[in-house]
Write a protein that binds this ligand. Structure first.
Ligand SMILES: CC(=O)SCCNC(=O)CCNC(=O)[C@H](O)C(C)(C)COP(=O)(O)OP(=O)(O)OC[C@H]1O[C@@H](n2cnc3c(N)ncnc32)[C@H](O)[C@@H]1OP(=O)(O)O
Ligand SMILES: O=CC(=O)O
Ligand SMILES: [Mg+2]
Length: 728
């Protein structure tokens, strides 16, 4: 049990207290007592409001459940349903048009379109890697993934495979030809890149000297002009470095001695305190905050074993080049960092009230992550995160404008308490709950002076779709949800409303996660749809994915797309609310065979168990878990919300029996145990199903799924992890 320090009536866990007093506050210029006083005022003022918002969620859900069960509402009529949602305040009236007024937004957010990486902040090794993922090797990203096939001898081997290497080189040159075309010939034929008379001089194999079609894309170089070690280009606001180093093995097979193509990749990164981590108590929260502190002070480091060698990972330095007029050009070496706080639902024991109640975790996150960010703002950090002096906080899982207004007021109060100018904190709104999508315009208005992004979190959004309409009938199969009407309406509306609210040039319109981390070839085929849809960022699960996804932003000019879309919107009125509110019920239920149903169940159960067991037993909040077809899927709390709610929904509507679900859980537990056999720290779930805590968490998530607030998984996950920590 954590010892407590009493501060203005609140009992602060000693671990958090020590972190704040001894590591966070020094260097911020804030007085410790003033800070604790602010914390107490903020909890006093905002806790009751937070609780009232949660009560509203429950009341609305109860009314929606009752409406679906009322025989007077059968058969279902879409307009009657929407009228009912309006009557209960679920749909609010849209007010006049407006534009956001956010200022001091860094250009990575406002101006340049590119990938956004997400990373569990609890894992310092990954968190550092993500911060450093601003720049990535295209050669490594191609060589190490399925983008390059393994046919005809191009297999991935332990040592460098020159056949594969040649394909990587060819792929990279085709990319250069696409985005940096030469006045004649191809980058494949280049024997040297040099700088002369403020221009790039490119010599081809036939000794012809050519240059770039668009000279302005060549911006800087490194080293000697005749013999440069790097040439830097800029296309669609994104940098490309051709690295030249004849000593590197791959360069020896290249007439121009090109050692790599380095791409500016993860322009921004979300350091996640939410769905990708498992932080259940004061000790965990303190560890997460300490990592954020290390990032904001610039001194985070982690020693790790890599290929049998011990390395210490720290934050990368900025990158330095020489411009054509001989000036020094410094570019950020690190991704612009956002921090994702938790939503309004959970509480945490890091701080207790006088009568031993846990405080709302989202409020605590707001206070502490902002306090820590003062190091970046006040220059007490080794590196600069925001050159505009802003703090970027993503708020997930908010339901409707009232909840956004609450976060906005909370941030204003925190700013006042910490001596920051109003709207220093920029807010990212996850558009991932149905009541937010339906009222997106009003949600944006509620944060219009600080809004820095809206992002379609389609995974949570799918979970909320199932839970909200739990009583309406059995839902479409999980894999087929993406073909349902609501999801297109949701994605398109988000971009439309964002653009109409003036986000272009000021904020991000973001798209969701690529959740199949090893399928990079499929990602390259499909994820170009994100910039094409007018979104200026989209989520990727890893640095490698960022380096590959950025290729899309070189090909697609999002600014031009957004301009064209705005023009189109001005000519037509869109009424997409009915499509958005079309419940994705299973059609042709009868056409599903018993095998289809079993397959759907087993697949959901396998993913659910594979994720939950690591969450509960190892505290891993984001995992790559094989599905029933052995495809590794990124699983986090949002994907768990989908699978648990889906099974719960089918069970509720008699598509499955309880016995069938238990049988699947027990059978799949053995499969998951087998999948983890090489992990020495793994505790099998089988055969002790009655006593295994993780297995029981999985059971609860399904069988108690209807009662879970909005179908969220965190209350049960937290409860069971705390139980496990107590016995270990
Ligand atoms: C619905 C939502 O909310 S989505 C947002 C939440 N999801 C996320 O944040 C996904 C983040 N991604 C991840 O956690 C991981 O990529 C996973 C779990 C999906 C896959 O993890 P693994 O299987 O362990 O990754 P894999 O073995 O392929 O690669 C590990 C290497 O990649 C790096 N890596 C993987 N993902 C990331 C990441 N997101 N950021 C930084 N580095 C990463 C690791 O640092 C490691 O490199 P290292 O050995 O040099 O440290
Ligand atoms: O947070 C992202 C989501 O898809 O949910
Ligand atoms: Mg989410």
């Amino acid at each position: 049990m954590n010892k407590r320090v009493i501060k203005h009536g609140y009992k602060v866990a000693e671990s958090l207290y020590n972190l704040v007093e001894h590591e966070v506050l020094p260097g911020t210029g804030l007085d410790a007592e003033d800070f604790w006083q602010t914390l107490a005022y903020v909890f006093d003022e905002f806790t009751p409001k937070n609780q009232a918002l949660l009560a509203t969620r429950e009341e609305m859900q109860a009314k929606i459940d009752a409406w679906h069960l009322d025989p007077n509402n059968q058969p279902f009529e879409q307009q009657k349903y929407q009228d009912f949602l309006t009557d209960i305040g679920y749909i609010v009236t849209e007010k006049e048009d407006f534009s956001i007024t956010t200022t001091y937004v860094d250009e990575e957010v406002a101006k340049v379109a590119g990938p956004q990486l997400v990373v569990p902040l609890m894992n310092a090794r990954f968190a550092l890697n993500a911060a450093n993922a601003r720049w990535g090797s295209l050669y490594d990203a191609l060589y190490g993934t399925d983008v390059i096939g393994e046919d005809n001898g191009a297999t991935v081997t332990k040592n460098y495979n020159p056949i594969r290497g040649a394909r990587v080189q060819a792929y990279a040159r085709r990319f250069l030809d696409d985005v940096l075309p030469l006045t004649n010939g191809s980058h494949i034929e280049v024997t040297s890149y040099q700088v002369a008379d403020g221009k790039l001089v490119v010599t081809l194999q036939n000794a012809q000297q050519v240059s770039l079609v668009e000279q302005e894309k060549f911006v800087a170089f490194k080293g000697d002009k005749q013999n440069p070690s790097a040439i830097l280009f800029k296309n669609n606001g994104l940098h490309i470095e051709i690295k030249i180093d004849p000593s590197v093995p791959v360069a020896k097979t290249d007439p121009a001695s090109v050692a790599d193509i380095i791409l500016e990749s993860a322009l921004s990164t979300i350091q996640d305190c939410e769905d990708s981590i498992a932080a259940v108590d004061a000790e965990d929260k303190t560890a997460v905050y300490r990592n954020w502190l290390g990032l904001m002070k610039g001194d985070l480091s982690e020693t790790l074993e890599k290929n049998g060698v011990s390395i210490t990972r720290t934050l990368n330095e900025d990158r330095s080049y020489t411009t054509l007029d001989e000036q020094e050009l410094t570019l950020p070496g690190r991704s612009l960092l956002f921090v994702r706080n938790v939503g309004h639902l959970m509480t945490n024991d890091a701080v207790l009230t006088a009568d031993d109640k846990e405080v709302p975790e989202g409020i605590l996150d707001g206070l502490i992550t902002t306090l820590i960010s003062l190091h970046d703002l006040k220059g007490s950090s080794k590196f600069k995160n925001s050159r505009q002096g802003s703090i970027y906080i993503v708020k997930p899982k908010m339901h409707g404008p009232e909840e956004v207004a609450f976060s906005n007021a909370l941030f204003t109060r925190i700013e006042a308490g910490l001596g920051l100018a109003t709207n220093t904190i920029k807010m990212g709104i996850m558009d991932e709950e149905r009541r937010t999508s339906v009222n997106l315009k009003e949600c944006i208005r509620a944060a219009k002076d600080r809004l820095a992004f809206i992002n379609t979190g389609f995974l949570d959004r799918t979970g909320d779709e199932i839970h909200t309409s739990m009583q309406a009938g059995p839902m479409a199969r999980k894999e087929l949800m993406k073909n349902e009407q609501w999801i297109d309406a949701y994605e398109n509306r988000n971009v439309r409303i964002g653009l109409q609210a003036g986000l272009k040039g000021k904020a991000q319109i973001g798209k969701g996660m690529w959740a199949i981390p090893d399928e990079m070839s499929a990602m390259l085929t499909n994820k170009i749809g994100h910039p094409e849809s007018g979104a200026n960022c989209a989520w990727v699960p890893s640095p490698t994915a960022a380096t590959l996804h950025v290729l899309h932003y070189h090909k697609v000019n999002v600014v031009e797309i957004q301009e064209a879309m705005l023009e189109q919107f001005s000519q037509s009125n869109s009424n997409d609310l009915s499509a958005l509110l079309t419940i994705p019920l299973l059609k042709n239920k009868e056409s599903l065979s018993a095998e289809d149903i079993q397959h759907e169940l087993d697949n959901n159960v396998q993913g659910l168990l594979g994720y939950v067991v690591r969450w509960i037993d190892q505290g891993t909040g984001c995992s790559k878990v094989p599905d029933i077809d052995n495809v590794g899927r990124m699983e986090d709390r949002a994907t768990l919300r989908i699978s648990s709610q889906h099974i719960c929904n089918w069970l509720h509507h008699g598509m499955l029996t309880k016995e069938q679900v238990i049988e699947s859980l027990q059978r799949m537990a053995k499969v998951v145990d087998q999948q983890n056999i090489t992990d020495a720290s793994y505790e099998p779930m089988a055969p002790n199903f009655n006593t295994n805590i993780a297995f029981n968490a999985a059971m609860d998530l399904i069988f108690k799924g209807k009662e879970q607030p909005s179908g969220y998984t965190e209350p049960l996950l937290h409860q069971r992890r705390i139980e496990l920590k107590a016995v270990n």
